[in-house]
Design a protein around this ligand. Structure first.
Ligand code: FAD
Length: 695
């Protein structure tokens, strides 16, 4: 619903983890101060907007998920615009600006946004503003903040153009818009920091000029080095541009009555959850290995849970119990942890379209809320810091929090918050006079996400069982965070299975072993492409160093079973390239040679990056180096025999492997590098070069 005086634009977002939505809300929030009104909708709400008839400018914020896919909430929209029967002038009436979110750690950076952008262009839509592609790897705000800053002027120009097109005089531009245009120009022309008179209803100025306060926190003002709690000139002496204070919109009520917590499955919108017993835990690495890898086996016999080798699934995990208790203590709520919390939208809130976040139950105990619903480890966004300023009583701490969310303090934010992976608890320790309310936490902390894992077994080989392999993620202490931590999910799983762990029992055979009563909740996350070829006679190459080997264990188990069951079938050649640091410490599945012995695996090539060698010619360290040694065979499998090439593991390795493949194709085909890259692109398109990449 839009106000008559303000110019409307359509704002669509498609979010997977809530970031695109939060950015859209920020745009919506700022729009008022610019004399504009955002008509905001999730892209999936296709009954609420109609691009076919849209006259006003459209702003799209869209993230990327999986291997370059648009978020689930954009699927229907993308399918609709990808309809090949649409004529090339279908959207010529449309002018739009698009902000794509992605992570350059993953292949197909920002592909969700790029896909929509490309298709809208193909259908004749016009950009009124350059596309922004923000990278979560270095900090979304690096692109998002200036993109939003520039959006207002671009929108205003778009409105003027639109009016001109409609043949109306500029006098018809609403007065608030002309005023806003004036402000926009001032903002662009003047480099001086100035106080702006903003529209009524905007609770904080965009530009804050305040009397500077001395900061006497942990460090003295004479210290030259900035830190999380201490700033130095020029930041410490600047007038600050800080974001507008986000309006409060959540209200909580505590009830001293016992009540049932909701079932975990009610928190999951992505699919059906199953509570399954952990039947086995094996430590695959030796005690002296740099990383600890565990294999867990789950009993899925009684769950209607189906999977194929190559699929992933998600584990619903809680926050660390000590961290939850610490948070309760700092918030002064320890005595209320078993109280029921009723969460409602605050009456009369200024936040447009405010609703209770989907991941927050209407009623649950305080402990449940902090344990299962909120990602308390999330790196606080600038809007959260801005809100925390209001709950901080110490003037010095207040000023530092303002700096950290200000434009002037952008590099301090990146260095001391984002890159240091500081979380709410770290901030509350560093700024002890900051006492936020529970409702503020609900407003600003994102959903605690379930973690994905690749299946490392075959349902044919071990019916009713599902295995997966993971490294326990360790975050050592650092100046901003004096306590070491473990990954939320992997740390929790490691603790959960500690009683049934087989120390250093490096085994593929997960039959038998100890059983436990521990259960975890999981749900499916099928992979559409990372599967064995339908035709078993097709040759395949698998590259999976470290825990990247996980899905290939499933592939090999599956193949072994098929070979046993179908002795008359023809099976293609199979190659596995595996690598780890030390042969005797973290060679996760030494029993791979069983697959070699029984003929399931034709070639096993391994390398060890940290073992010293006495050989005259040093052996290759990394899988990509080993692949180069088998250039002729790789080219034969891929080009002559139309085989499949699978890569699983981290992005850095995957890039190294694709570079090696490009070099191999170029050498073996006597083609230049560009030509080889095109061939690799075709292989990707044919789904014969497949990656499952996670960091
Ligand atoms: P988290 O607590 O989520 O921390 C992990 C990340 O948070 C770090 O990588 C880092 O970016 C950041 N971080 C948080 N705090 C800090 C800090 N203080 N210092 C530095 N960085 C910090 N993993 C496997 O091991 N095996 C698999 O088979 C597997 N398959 C996957 C399949 C898919 C499709 C996807 C998307 C991911 C897969 N992963 C796999 C990764 C897995 O989902 C988790 O991300 C991983 O296990 C870490 O989860 P966690 O909760 O323990 O760590």
């Amino acid at each position: 619903m839009c106000c008559d005086l303000k110019r409307r634009f359509l704002l669509l977002y498609a979010t997977q983890k809530g970031q695109a939505k939060a950015i859209a809300e920020e745009i919506c929030q700022q729009a008022g101060a610019h004399g504009l009104e955002a008509d905001m909708h999730c892209m999936s709400e296709m009954d609420k907007y109609n691009l076919e008839t849209e006259k006003d400018p459209v702003v799209i914020v869209i993230s990327t998920t999986g291997t370059g896919d648009p978020p689930d909430t954009a699927r229907k929209f993308v399918k609709k615009i990808q309809d090949t029967t649409l004529p090339p002038d279908h959207f010529t009436h449309l002018q739009y600006g698009l902000l794509g979110l992605g992570d350059s750690e993953y292949t197909f950076f920002c592909n969700g946004g790029k896909t929509v952008d490309r298709r809208l262009q193909d259908l004749g839509a016009q950009h009124f503003y350059d596309t922004g592609l923000a990278d979560d790897c270095v900090g979304l705000e690096i692109v998002v903040d200036p993109w939003i800053d520039g959006l207002w002027l671009a929108l205003k120009k778009a409105f003027i153009l639109q009016k001109e097109k409609e043949g109306m005089s500029s006098n018809a531009v609403p007065s608030t818009l002309s005023a806003a245009l004036h402000i926009g120009n001032e903002l662009n022309l003047s480099s001086e920091v100035q106080n702006l008179k903003l529209e009524d209803g905007v609770r904080s100025s965009v530009v804050l000029t305040q009397k500077l306060v001395d900061i006497h926190l942990e460090a003295s003002t004479t210290d030259a080095e900035p830190s999380l709690v201490h700033s130095v000139p020029p930041v410490s002496q600047s007038a600050l541009n800080i974001p507008a204070l986000p309006p409060e919109y959540i209200e909580v009520q505590f009830q001293d009555t016992h009540g049932e917590n909701p079932h975990l499955s009610s928190l999951i919108s992505e699919g059906t959850t199953f509570e399954v017993p952990v039947t086995k835990a094996v430590q695959l690495t030796r005690e002296d290995a740099i990383k600890t890898a565990l294999l867990l086996e789950l009993d899925i016999a009684d769950a209607a849970f189906d999977y194929q080798p190559g699929d992933a699934f998600c584990v619903v995990c809680p926050n660390n119990v000590n961290e939850v208790e610490e948070l309760l203590q700092i918030l002064g709520l320890s005595d209320k942890e078993e109280y029921l919390v009723c969460v409602k939208v605050k009456q009369g809130t200024k936040k447009k379209g405010a609703t209770r976040p989907q991941h927050i139950p209407e009623r649950s105990t305080l402990k449940f809320l902090l344990t299962w619903c909120l990602e308390i480890r999330a790196v606080p966004k600038k809007a959260f810091l801005r809100a925390l300023v209001e709950c901080t009583s110490d003037a010095g701490e207040k000023r530092r929090l303002q700096e950290l969310c200000s434009r002037q303090g952008a590099s301090d934010y990146t260095r001391f918050i984002r890159d240091s992976n500081v979380c709410l608890l770290d901030l509350l320790h560093a700024f002890p006079s900051c006492k936020p309310s529970l409702s503020l936490l609900i407003e600003h902390l994102p959903k605690l996400q379930a973690r994905s894992y690749s299946v490392s077994s075959s349902n044919l080989y071990q019916p009713g069982r599902l295995c997966f392999v993971f490294n326990i993620v360790e975050f050592p202490a650092c100046p901003a965070r004096p306590v070491p931590r473990k990954g939320v999910c992997t740390g929790w799983l490691a603790e959960l299975v500690a009683p049934l762990l087989h120390p250093s029992k490096n085994t593929l055979d997960t039959k038998g072993g100890s059983s436990s009563t521990e259960k975890i909740s999981i749900f499916a996350r099928p992979n559409n492409t990372f599967h064995l070829p339908a035709d078993p006679s097709v040759p395949l190459i698998m590259v999976g160093p470290g825990t990247g080997i996980s899905p290939f264990i499933g592939f090999l188990q599956h193949r072994q079973k098929l070979r046993e069951e179908h002795t008359d079938w023809k099976f293609g050649e199979t190659w596995l390239f595996f690598g780890c640091r030390h042969q005797d410490r973290d060679y996760l599945f030494k029993q791979l040679k069983c697959f070699l012995e029984n003929g399931t695996l034709t070639h096993l090539k391994v390398c060890f990056s940290r073992d010293s060698s006495t050989a005259e010619v040093a052996p290759p360290k990394y899988v990509q180096d080993v692949i180069r040694l088998y250039a002729t065979e790789v080219a034969r499998v891929l080009l002559k025999e139309r085989g499949y090439f699978y890569v699983c593991g981290d992005k850095h390795m995957a890039d190294g492997v694709s570079n090696a493949v490009v070099d191999i194709l170029s050498m073996e085909m006597e083609a230049d590098k560009l030509e080889a890259m095109k061939i690799l692109a075709v292989l990707r398109e044919e789904k014969r070069y497949l990656q499952d990449v996670w960091s």
